[in-house]
Design a protein around this ligand. Structure first.
Ligand SMILES: *Cc1c(COP(=O)(O)O)cnc(C)c1O
Length: 437
């Protein structure tokens, strides 16, 4: 057995991958290195293949791989210290990053909690909202959200993730029951007075009214629902949900783990809706895909409420790897690069290229929708994607995609050049055409 065969066999037999089965072998590709927008795959015959990463490693690697500025920041920090506990100690990377996040986000967001993953940041956001209730003597313990969302895989985030896509049925009796409004009408540009929007608002308002007395917070991904189905909704729908919370004394939590740092065209999606949440979750692209780090920002009002004696006197959370210095240092360098590279121009260029490049998918028999928003390009089929086949067909054209459900999509690195972006689009369209027709 060759070296690669042995590695992959052990991997299949012993190593869990995301949403993987220990019984069914799925195709797995070994990556030896990555540079620019390309992953270097190792093949069984000893050859290697450079493929364009159309996924940005699950939307994180916005500047691509082996980025000199990020490498340098990591090396510099490594020479100082790679980690130190955050209880009772502090350090410049965390302070500087907190300062930057406070300055980049809307003014009222003044306090930063560093978590070690997006899911944990949503846990913390939900915990903040609930602790605040304890402090005010309120008995509200439920969250209000929309269907089709995704907030992570630990239990609290899972409980506000779409009940069907989130597999609530597997955990019924354990997951808290929260309140789910319908998915808003599809499209960023749906007019506020569109009949579908009017009907959605009416239904959502009446559902909210029935639960207002028990809702502690509204939580949602503004404008773009990511892993829940790559759906876009209008800023107006975001405003409706936020205003419901405000009218009824609940908090607003925005999960911008996917949309943060420019992916939809603005630095944060909340800018489109012109809503300032009470609590904001950031993650994924925060470190440019180098290390795992997330952040929860909240208003001074929330921070004071959570810290009041009645609420327990402190925010009761503290991950071992909280504010990891290495991750914070790289995040700062990534934010510098975002500005230096003019992310808004980069993402606008991606949007134009994706719109042109994916247009051909519209003509395919199997395709029901093609949509683009910022650096997100989605081809939706009328049936579940035969993912292994589509992946293989795209790889044969030099592109890595990871379809799910009925979706073949791309979120390329912002630095993707025009010809590489065209290759991504052509590969997606051809792979869908080959496999599904
Ligand atoms: C990915 C994601 C999460 C979970 O983040 P992890 O780092 O995978 O735990 C939560 N919310 C949204 C919107 C995400 O896209």
């Amino acid at each position: 057995m060759g070296d690669l065969d042995r590695l992959l066999a052990f991997d299949q037999d012993h190593v869990w991958h995301p949403y993987s089965s220990a019984l069914v072998h799925d195709p797995r590709f070994l990556v030896d290195s990555a540079s620019g927008v390309r992953l270097r795959l190792r093949h069984a015959d000893g050859s290697s293949q450079d493929v364009i990463d159309a996924m940005s490693s699950w939307w994180c690697a916005i500047h691509g791989y082996a980025v000199p500025e990020l490498d340098a920041a990591a090396h510099r920090q490594l020479d100082q210290m790679s980690h130190v506990m955050f209880g009772g100690l502090t350090h410049e990377p965390a302070i500087a990053l907190a300062e930057r996040l406070v300055s980049l986000t809307p003014d009222p967001l003044q306090h930063v909690f560093f978590a070690d993953s997006g899911s944990v940041s949503v846990e913390v956001a939900m915990k903040m909202a609930l602790q605040l209730q304890v402090g005010t003597g309120s008995t509200r313990t439920r969250f209000f959200t929309i269907r089709g969302g995704y907030h992570g895989d630990t239990f609290s985030p899972m409980s506000v993730t779409d009940p069907v896509g989130g597999m609530h049925s597997l955990f019924s009796g354990i997951l808290p029951q929260h309140v789910f409004a319908p998915v808003p009408p599809a499209g960023v540009d749906v007019p506020d007075d569109d009949p579908a929007m009017v009907a959605w608002e009416r239904e959502t308002r009446s559902l909210y009214a029935a639960h207002a007395h028990e809702v502690a917070a509204v939580i949602l991904e503004p404008v773009l629902q990511g892993a829940g189905g790559m759906r876009f909704h209008s800023p107006y729908a975001v405003r409706v949900l936020a205003s419901l919370a405000r009218e009824h004394g609940a908090l607003v939590i925005f999960d911008e783990i996917a949309t943060g740092f420019g992916r939809t065209g603005t630095l944060f999606a909340l800018e489109r809706a012109e809503v300032v949440p009470d609590i904001l979750c950031l993650g994924k692209a925060l470190t440019g895909g180098y290390l795992t780090l997330a952040a929860v920002l909240c208003t001074s009002e929330v921070a004071r409420g959570v810290s009041s004696q009645a609420a327990g006197g402190a925010l009761m959370h503290g991950p071992t790897f909280m504010a990891n210095p290495l991750a914070c240092a790289v995040a700062l360098a990534s934010l510098d690069l975002l500005r230096a590279n003019d992310f808004a121009r980069q993402v606008a260029t991606l949007e134009a290229g994706l719109t042109t490049g994916l247009a051909a998918a519209d003509g395919l028999e199997s395709v029901v929708d093609v949509r683009v928003l910022g650096g997100v390009g989605v081809v939706q089929l009328g049936e579940p994607v035969r993912a292994a086949e589509v992946t293989a067909a795209a790889l044969a054209r030099g592109v890595w995609v990871r379809p799910f459900r009925d979706l073949v999509y791309t979120m390329p690195p912002y630095v993707t050049a025009a010809d590489d972006l065209a290759t991504i689009c052509d590969a997606m369209v051809a792979a869908v055409a080959d496999v599904h027709g």
